[in-house]
Design a protein around this ligand. Structure first.
Ligand code: UD1
Length: 368
């Protein structure tokens, strides 16, 4: 069976790495190539992850780069169509919810090629999020729906997806976290960054709803004085967030160099560095999807700076709380974490490091 595995943006790499590894165990059955759309292209947003995750370099690099949603999506579709016509795969595997996920799905399906979606069925219900549109478009036409939890499977059944196509396999991102936890620990990024375990917090922000409006971004930053009075906040800034900070002239709210103090802004961290920094943090404040899941497994309190989440299991079972971006609500949430005793949380079913093996088994069985 010939397979094209697709990656495009930063959160895709850690999801695809264990799938590639699991497929490598069956060289006689699975002939798979790694295709990078090039949606993310900076060394820190892309290359660093291949090194950190021991992932082979992509076999095909479409090099599409940034652009408006339509431009980026269209460029991926045009370039990927040529790849499909040349390589003639039997199956395309996509992960997550980025533009590359949707663009490659539509392209493959229109050529009559089957598609497997890893992380299917997640729903925020927020139709203003580009990721929600990507999830819906992908799931309605793909052939294999691999889900991280039963809530996601239920969403798909409710939308009328054939139950035979829905496979609850667990969470591939957690496969990677568990596989690389020790390696991350050994690098000891926390000490190298002059941080004390449990005595700093982490911030990540990149959603347009948080960073594209000056008052919203400034309000989030101001609310962090609730933390910075007693501990530093480490802020690895996404390129688009950094551009907005400069555009809105908010540079003076951050500590740009030297020892951690106030909000210490830095370049995006590699996978292993970020894992160690998150694992030892007092709390994580974020608008990312993946970090909500990672903090749940690490047992670190997570304050999600969004009004909805496509990952509600991290609220019901994990360490996550949904706070939004109102400064008063953020301050209250910070206080609740600082004053709380040990949080009760559990690790969701099948977030056990074996999701990619389950996916590979199902694909192999289907090939016979
Ligand atoms: C994308 C995903 C989002 C994911 C995020 C993780 C979509 C719709 N969104 O958002 O779901 O959470 O990745 O990072 O696919 N840029 C660079 N260098 C890079 C990549 C981006 O400078 O390597 C800058 C460019 O100015 C670009 C902007 O960041 O225009 C946004 O990049 P884009 O890929 O459009 O979306 P993200 O915001 O990264």
């Amino acid at each position: 069976m010939k397979i094209l595995n697709i990656v495009g943006a930063r959160p895709n790499f850690m999801k695809m790495a264990p799938i590639v590894r699991a497929m490598n165990a069956f060289p006689d059955e699975l002939n798979h190539l790694l295709v990078h759309t090039g949606q993310h292209y900076d060394a820190q947003m892309s290359d660093a992850f291949f090194d950190d995750l021991d992932m082979p370099r992509p076999d095909v690099d479409l090099g599409v780069g940034s652009g408006s949603h339509a431009q980026q999506t269209a460029r991926i579709m045009m370039a990927f169509e040529e790849t499909c016509l040349r390589e003639k795969p039997d199956l395309v595997v996509v992960v997550g919810d980025v533009n590359s996920t949707m663009a490659c799905t539509i392209t493959a399906k229109k050529l009559g090629i089957k598609v497997a979606h890893v992380e299917a069925g997640l729903r925020s219900g927020d139709m203003t999020m580009p990721e929600e549109l990507n999830r819906l478009c992908t799931d309605v036409i793909c052939d294999f729906h691999f889900t991280t939890d039963e809530m996601a499977s239920e969403n798909l059944r409710r939308e009328g997806i054939d139950p035979d196509r829905i496979h609850f396999v667990g969470n591939v991102m957690i496969d990677t976290l568990l596989a690389f936890r020790q390696k991350a620990d050994a690098l000891d990024t926390v000490s190298k960054m002059e941080l004390t375990p449990g005595a700093y917090s982490v911030l990540t922000l990149h959603r347009p709803s948080n960073v594209d409006d000056r008052d919203t971004l400034a309000g989030i930053i101001d609310a962090l004085d609730e933390i910075t009075a007693s501990m530093p906040v480490i802020f690895p800034a996404h390129p688009r967030t950094r551009q907005m900070i400069e555009k809105f002239d908010l540079q003076d709210r951050f500590n740009w160099d030297g020892p951690p103090k106030g909000i210490r802004i830095c370049d995006p961290l590699g996978y292993l560095e970020m894992l160690d920094v998150n694992a030892n943090a007092k709390m994580v404040l974020t608008d990312s999807g993946g970090l909500q899941e990672e903090t749940t497994v690490l047992g670190v309190p997570c304050i999600t700076l969004r009004f909805n989440t496509e990952r509600p299991i991290t609220l019901s079972q994990g360490t996550n709380q949904l706070v939004g971006n109102d400064p008063t609500a953020i301050r209250q949430a910070i206080t609740s974490v600082v004053t709380a005793s040990e949080q009760n949380h559990s690790i969701p079913e099948k977030w056990d490091g074996r999701a990619a093996e389950r996916i590979t088994d199902i694909i192999r069985t289907a090939a016979h």
